[in-house]
Design a protein around this ligand. Structure first.
Ligand SMILES: Nc1ncnc2c1ncn2[C@@H]1O[C@H](COP(=O)(O)OP(=O)(O)OP(=O)(O)O)[C@@H](O)[C@H]1O
Length: 627
């Protein structure tokens, strides 16, 4: 009967674990933790693409692998040495032997510490480099996407792709992969050492391993699902936050705080629930593996202790006190990596999920790209021609229907028409923000599809109604990234009458511009965008409703600077206020995507058509307002 006792103990423990595990699995299913969500990209492809980022640092990884082997030596040898120390202390005590063994222990401990330090330093450096390479690639790729593609992705999602996701991948390179490899090697190293010491006690420990492995596999399935849920909920919350923080003033004006708050709470609770599910999965797994560990230690102490005290054999093998001490340490060194393995697989999954999201964005083929034969356009005169242009944002919903016009170099042309008639769309198409479906757009007689996009856009200066200023200074917003002499910057400001308000500021051109330029008025922002455009001397200037935000006094200043700017190049203006474009060389009136009338102000008035009606309507209104 005594011979069967160990078998009974181990069998009983295994049975108990099977039961606990079954209950936990059923509860998890009921709680709907396991959600069937798989990735679309195969792991092999994700790995191949991630390896491409690691390839430039292969020698650093070889070094890390080498020092890792040395630190593994500590994990495997240290329990043997402690066992020896124990036997020396309780057995035939010999000071010199004890000192040699303790010295050996301290020696390998120091080597292990140095190795861990080198490993951490090298990996951190490499990780940061991979992180910035990846961020750069995603950011550059996002920049290459067309307006239509960017319109389809919420800004919050893009922010997550550029900031959070590369972090997860960098963590994978700096931590997960190496620890995973180390753990696998430690498991095999410790196993070999245990087998050498006492194979019967080793078999006892191994009885618990199938459970740890089974837990790991099932935990992986659960954790992958909960991580995806947490990721999705985080992205959703970020997207909502980024959009609503940008529009928070509108929320306040329309008294929508309560509604927005409840939308926010709903998203926040979804994230909370997803995180709770994750905690639940971890909460089951970790204690169960810990219980396995404790059970195996108890088995060791019972079987090993009995064998030692009663000189009793464990399945025919004798046990010394040193072996029990070594095994006690080995069990923890054996179970820890196995337990960590599951966590690391989980983190690896998280990194793969992040990588997949990044690669999905990177796989979006930019819709507006250079054709193979596209050429550079160094200097342009500024001649623009639309030949029977048809364009739709959404297939079949034509926004421009057979639009044709010709603009000679240095002409000033105004586009007028009711809201939604297609004025801004025309300006957007000239810069090739979108590709047209039918017809041709020519600059200096060259189809814009045959011109390199960067060299095409270089010749345009845009002044839009909603001027975007970057955080920085007034100067950095005017010069952007290029170098300009101080004199030129000042002249540009004076030319567009922006100097009047700039030099009243404490720091003049170095005055700080806060996010989106919210410490400047809309009119001031427009004057700055004028100065920015003027300084870069584009061949074609585009003003989309640029004078809409400016008070009458500033408008006069603007009119004055616009008149001066006319001499610089071709000027295209979209304006609702017809009084601002009376001096244009040509006025094109659009209606529902078609040109209804065109000519000079006087010509159009003579026609007594739609322009005449619009003008008299606005003129009478202004007269009434003045009266
Ligand atoms: N990104 C877009 N996606 C889908 N449809 C769009 C997009 N931008 C504009 N539209 C549609 O195209 C049409 C023309 O818009 P556009 O902005 O060119 O008009 P507009 O004449 O400049 O109007 P407004 O005077 O109000 O600025 C409108 O019906 C608008 O709804």
């Amino acid at each position: 009967m005594r011979e069967y006792l160990p078998v009974l103990i181990v069998g009983g423990i295994i049975g108990m674990f099977a039961l606990v595990f079954l209950i936990a699995y059923l509860v998890a299913r009921r709680k709907n933790v396991l959600e069937n969500r798989e990735r679309n990209m195969p792991d092999s492809e994700i790995i191949r693409r991630l390896l491409a980022y690691a390839k430039p640092y292969k020698w650093q990884f070889v070094l890390v692998f080498f020092v890792m082997l040395l630190s593994i030596g500590y994990e495997v040898i240290s329990p043997l040495l402690v066992g020896h120390i124990e036997e020396t202390v309780v057995g035939d005590f010999e000071m010199s032997y004890l000192l040699t063994v303790v010295g050996g222990y301290v020696g390998i401990l120091l080597v292990s510490l140095v190795c861990t330090y080198i490993q951490a330093m090298v990996l951190q450096k490499v990780g940061q480099k991979i992180l910035s390479a990846m961020r750069e690639d995603v950011f550059t790729h996002i920049e290459s996407l067309s307006h239509a593609q960017l319109n389809d992705i919420p800004v919050g999602k893009l922010v997550t792709r550029v900031s959070n996701d590369p972090n997860a991948i960098s963590f994978m390179f700096t931590n997960i992969i190496v620890t995973l490899a180390k753990n696998v090697m430690v498991i095999f190293g410790v196993l070999a050492a245990m087998l050498m010491l006492n194979y019967m006690l080793t078999l006892m420990v191994l009885c618990f391993v199938p459970f740890v492995v089974l837990f790991t596999i099932i935990f992986r399935k659960f954790s992958r699902s909960v991580h995806l849920r947490v990721n999705d909920a985080t992205t959703d919350l970020n997207t909502y936050l980024s959009e609503n923080l940008s529009g928070i003033k509108i929320t306040q004006i329309f008294n929508q705080e309560q509604r927005k708050m409840s939308d926010f709470l709903q998203r926040s609770r979804t994230l909370q629930r997803a995180k709770r599910s994750r905690m639940f999965v971890f909460g089951i797994f970790q204690p169960m593996v810990y219980m396995l560990y404790i059970s195996s230690v108890l088995c060791l102490l019972y079987l090993g202790g009995k064998g030692y005290i009663g000189n009793w054999t464990v399945f025919g093998q004798t046990v010394s006190s040193g072996i029990i001490v070594s095994f006690y340490m080995y069990i923890s060194k054996f179970f820890n990596p196995i337990q960590q393995l599951a966590e690391q697989f989980d983190m690896l999954q998280r990194s793969f999920a992040a990588a997949e999201k990044i690669f999905t964005v990177m796989d979006m083929v930019p819709e507006v790209v250079d054709t193979p034969n596209a050429r550079e356009l160094t200097d342009i005169k500024g001649e623009i021609e639309f030949k029977d242009v048809w364009f739709a944002y959404n297939p079949g919903e034509w926004v421009l229907k057979g639009v044709s016009f010709h603009i000679s170099p240095r002409q000033t042309v105004a586009f007028v028409g009711s809201t939604g008639s297609g004025k801004s769309t025309i300006l957007s198409l000239i810069c090739r923000n979108y590709d047209i479906q039918k017809g041709q757009i020519l600059i200096d007689g060259v189809d814009i599809k045959d011109i390199k996009i960067a060299s095409l856009r270089k010749h345009f200066g845009q002044m839009l109604q909603d001027v975007f200023l970057f955080s920085g200074s007034i100067r950095s917003n005017i010069v952007l990234r290029e170098e300009f002499p101080e004199e030129d910057v000042k002249k540009a400001c004076e030319y567009v009458n922006a100097d009047k308000f700039i030099y009243r500021l404490d720091n003049g051109l170095d005055e700080v511009v806060r996010e989106r330029g919210n410490n400047f008025s809309a009119g001031q922002r427009q004057l700055l965008s004028f100065a920015r455009t003027l300084l870069h001397k584009p061949a074609v200037m585009i003003l989309d409703e640029a004078t809409a935000n400016i008070d009458t006094e500033t408008e006069l200043l603007i009119q004055d600077s616009l008149e001066k700017m006319k001499n610089i190049g071709t000027m295209l203006i979209v304006a609702h206020r017809l009084s601002t474009i009376q001096h244009a060389d040509n006025i094109i009136l659009l209606s529902h995507g078609e040109i209804l009338e065109q000519g000079t102000h006087q010509e159009l008035l003579k026609q007594k058509g739609r322009y005449y009606n619009l003008y008299t309507l606005q003129y009478n209104k202004e007269q009434l307002q003045r009266a």
